[in-house]
Structures are given as structure tokens and as C-alpha cells.
Write a protein that binds this ligand. Structure first.
Ligand code: OGA
Ligand code: MN
Length: 280
């Protein structure tokens, strides 16, 4: 189906976030009106899903580029040498090369929160999907923030936290001690989305180490409180993958996690990220 004369159908996936968009073939070019319609749905629903897509690497990149300048892979350069913008998130060895984040559960996080300028958006295209598990869970950081009592919001005002990427564990498990060479950056605990103006939590169980200026026990207790809120089912959409799914999320206002799956089964996602601003 050509993308001119496009009629988008939008179906919310969960109450807090997520929408499936149908009626679009992402392998074809989108005119500005069609792209704007998709972009609007993305800003509103924070995570968008397109099913039954058939996308080459170049076609996926062309779609991602509509959202902004692409972010070359930084943590594992050379892992997938064909294209500097593509990271294979997979437990399958491709041309003798291992993939990134191969298997195992991953706790909630926002991509690249350990850099000064974290990715604005991440998209995964499902190429191989395990028979069970390996779901990607999304939580709305804005919905969680908005649900907090006024006293908690006041307490969070102006706080900053250190976010760290633990190389040793391939970023799937949090470590207790900070590797001095690990990428790390201090960001506000609450950030304001530059396009929607909504405030959202910007701390996460996988990579936020501590809140600055608080006694360690207090920082830990406050973070644990926030992490438990992020994990409340009413704020979460759990995505069960099908081959041909393209899912794109906004790292400025969502967190995502992955459920465990049998490492003996194959899972392969092609990932492209879009550059973002410094959170504020
Ligand atoms: C990622 C990520 C989760 C998944 O690619 O940033 O967190 O489900 N992936 O593989
Ligand atoms: Mn991630």
C-alpha cells in the first residue's frame, strides 16, 4: 500500500502509554504530513508499535532519520561493523560477531542515561523472537511522576542523581561498586520533556547509582520508592514481540525493561537510536 493517501489507525496499547499504528508501510517513504501524524502519536503515547513490517537496514535507518540525527553506536563500537548506526541486540552470533545485550532479564532503564546527551529515541525491529519471554516492558515516567504526592514532588525538586553504565556486566545487571572507567553522568532526578513540557522521573533501577547530597541510606530508600512506582502495572505496557514489529520509544519520558527468556532460543532485534539533548 502506498503511503500517500495515508489513513493512520491508532490503537492505545495500555492506559499509561503505548499505541499501535496501522495502515503504514515503513519501507516506503512518508510525506511530511504522514510523518507529522506519526510523530504526534509518538509524542502523545510515548511508545509506538508498527506490526507486520518488512524493513531492510537502510529502510529502518531512513525512517529513524525522520526523527532526528542518528546516534552512532558508542558503547560497543565495532560490534556490528557494517553500519555505525546499527546495533544488533541479539544472542545470535552474526558473521562471527556477538550481539549486544544478548540475553537475560534487564531492569528498567532509559537508554544512555550515563552520557551527557542520552539518546532521544530508540527503535527495535524484531527479526527473530523467542517462543516465550524476552518481552520488552515500558513504563511512563511522566505518568509515574504525575501520580506522586505533592510532598514527594517537592522533595524531588532540584535533586540530581549519578547514572552509571557497568561494562563488566554488559549493562544487563547493576553492580554495587562503580568502575572508575565506566561511563557515568549526573542528571536531574526529574526532567522536563522539551517538546511536551511534561515532567517525568529520570532515575532507574538498572543504572541510577545514588542521589547526590543525601546520606546513602536515604538515597537508597527514596530511589527504591521511586523504582517500585515505576514498576506498578498501571504505568506499564508489556510488549510481546512478533517478527516484523517495529517499536520506537521516547527515552525522555519512558523507561524500559526486558523479561528473561531461554538463552537456548534465538532472539534478534535491530536497533537504531536518535541523538538527544542534555536532560534538564
Ligand atoms: C535496548 C534494550 C531491550 C530488549 O536495546 O536498549 O533495552 O527487549 N533492549 O532487548
Ligand atoms: Mn535499553
Amino acid at each position: 500500500m502506498p503511503n500517500d493517501s495515508l489513513t493512520l489507525t491508532v490503537r492505545p496499547l495500555a492506559s499509561a502509554l503505548g499505541a499501535e499504528i496501522s495502515g503504514v508501510d515503513l519501507s516506503r517513504s512518508l510525506d511530511d504530513a504522514a510523518f507529522k501524524a506519526i510523530h504526534d502519536v509518538w509524542l502523545k503515547h510515548q511508545v509506538i508499535l508498527f506490526r507486520d513490517q518488512s524493513l531492510s537496514e537502510d529502510q529502518q535507518i531512513a525512517f529513524a532519520e525522520r526523527f532526528g540525527e542518528l546516534q552512532p553506536v558508542r558503547t560497543t563500537p565495532g560490534l556490528y561493523k557494517k553500519n555505525p548506526y546499527v546495533l544488533m541486540v541479539t544472542n545470535v552470533v552474526i558473521d562471527g560477531q556477538k550481539g549486544a545485550l544478548p540475553d537475560g532479564e534487564m531492569q528498567f532503564h532509559s537508554d544512555q542515561c550515563y552520557y551527557e546527551n542520552p539518546a532521544m529515541a530508540t527503535m527495535l525491529f524484531g527479526i527473530e523472537v523467542p517462543p516465550s519471554g524476552g518481552d520488552t516492558l515500558f513504563s511512563s515516567a511522566t505518568a509515574v511522576y504525575e501520580s506522586l504526592p505533592a510532598a514527594t514532588k517537592a522533595r524531588l525538586e532540584g535533586l540530581q542523581a549519578l547514572n552509571v553504565y557497568d561494562y563488566g556486566n554488559g549493562a544487563t545487571i547493576k553492580s554495587d561498586k562503580i568502575d572508575e572507567n565506566a561511563p557515568k553522568f549526573v542528571h536531574p532526578v526529574v526532567r522536563t520533556h522539551p517538546e511536551t513540557g511534561r515532567k517525568g522521573l529520570y532515575v532507574n533501577r538498572l543504572m541510577t547509582h545514588h542521589i547526590l547530597g543525601l546520606p546513602p541510606a536515604e538515597s537508597e530508600a527514596l530511589l527504591e520508592d521511586l523504582f517500585l512506582q515505576i514498576e506498578q502495572p498501571q504505568f506499564v505496557y508489556g510488549h510481546k514481540w512478533r517478527v516484523g514489529d517495529l517499536v520506537m520509544w521516547d527515552n525522555r519520558c519512558t523507561l524500559h525493561a526486558r523479561t528473561d527468556f531461554d538463552p537456548g532460543t534465538r532472539r534478534m532485534m535491530r536497533r537504531v537510536t536518535v541523538k538527544g539533548d542534555r536532560p534538564s
